[in-house]
Design a protein around this ligand. Structure first.
Ligand code: TMP
Length: 197
C-alpha cells in the first residue's frame, strides 16, 4: 500500500485535485480509497463536528489533542489494515504541524512526539498546494465558514508559512503552485504520483 496525503490552506482546490486523482487511479486499474482528516471513522466524524463547531471556544491544546484522537481512530480503522494499492489522505499529520504548530503556536516537539507515539505511518508522498491567503479566502467566500476557518488572515499566513517550511525540510513533501489552472496542477500531481504506482 502506498500512502499519499494532500495538504494546503482553505480554497487551494485540494478536493478537486484529489477527485481527479481518484478517477485517474481507477482508470489505471488500481484500487484506492480516500480518507479525510479529521474524520473518516464514526467516532472521528463526531470529533470533527466538535472541532469545527462555533459553539465551543476550545483551547489550542484541546484542538491538537482532538485532532490526534480522531487520527488514532483513522489509523486503526483505515491505514493499519488497508489492502488497497493506494490510500489518499485529504489532510494528515502535516496539517497538525501547520495549523496547530505554526498557526496556533503550539510546540513543534509536542506535535512530533504525538506523531511518533501514535505510530502515524509516514506517507510515501505529501503534496502541499500553496496559494496566496487572500486568493484562498476569495475562492471560499460563498461558503459557510467553520470555527477553524474563522481564525483570521494572520493565522492562515502563519499556516501557509508552516507548510512552506515543512516542504523545505522534508524530502517526501512537495509543494505545488495552486494558482495555476486545474489541468496543469492535475498533470503536476500525476507526475509526482506516477513513480509510486
Ligand atoms: P477540511 O476543511 O480540509 O476538511 O479540514 C478541516 C479543518 O481542520 C481545516 O480547517 C484544517 C483543520 N485541521 C487542523 O487544524 N489540524 C489537523 O491536523 C487537520 C487534519 C485539520
Amino acid at each position: 500500500m502506498k500512502l499519499i496525503s494532500f495538504e494546503g490552506i482553505e480554497g487551494v482546490g485540494k478536493s478537486t485535485q484529489i477527485n481527479l486523482i481518484l478517477e485517474w487511479l481507477t482508470s489505471k486499474g488500481l484500487s484506492s480509497k480516500l480518507v479525510r482528516e479529521p474524520g473518516s471513522t464514526e467516532f472521528g466524524e463526531k470529533i470533527r463536528e466538535l472541532l469545527l463547531s462555533k459553539d465551543y471556544n476550545i483551547s489550542a491544546h484541546t484542538e491538537l489533542l482532538l485532532m490526534f484522537a480522531a487520527r488514532a481512530e483513522m489509523i486503526k480503522e483505515h491505514l493499519a489494515k488497508a489492502n488497497e494499492d493506494i490510500v489518499l489522505c485529504d489532510r494528515y499529520y502535516h496539517a497538525s504541524i501547520a495549523y496547530q504548530g505554526y498557526g496556533r503556536k503550539l510546540p513543534l516537539d509536542l506535535i512530533d512526539s504525538l506523531i511518533k507515539n501514535i505510530n502515524c505511518p509516514i506517507p510515501n508522498l505529501t503534496i502541499i498546494y500553496d496559494l496566496d491567503v487572500n486568493l484562498g479566502f476569495k475562492r471560499k467566500a460563498k461558503d459557510d465558514i467553520d470555527r477553524i476557518e474563522s481564525s483570521g488572515k494572520n493565522f492562515f499566513e502563519d499556516v501557509r508559512k508552516g507548510y512552506q517550511q515543512i516542504a523545505n525540510e522534508r524530502e517526501e513533501v512537495v509543494i505545488l503552485d495552486a494558482s495555476q489552472p486545474i489541468e496543469i496542477l492535475n498533470q503536476q500531481t500525476k507526475d509526482l504520483i506516477e513513480p509510486l504506482i
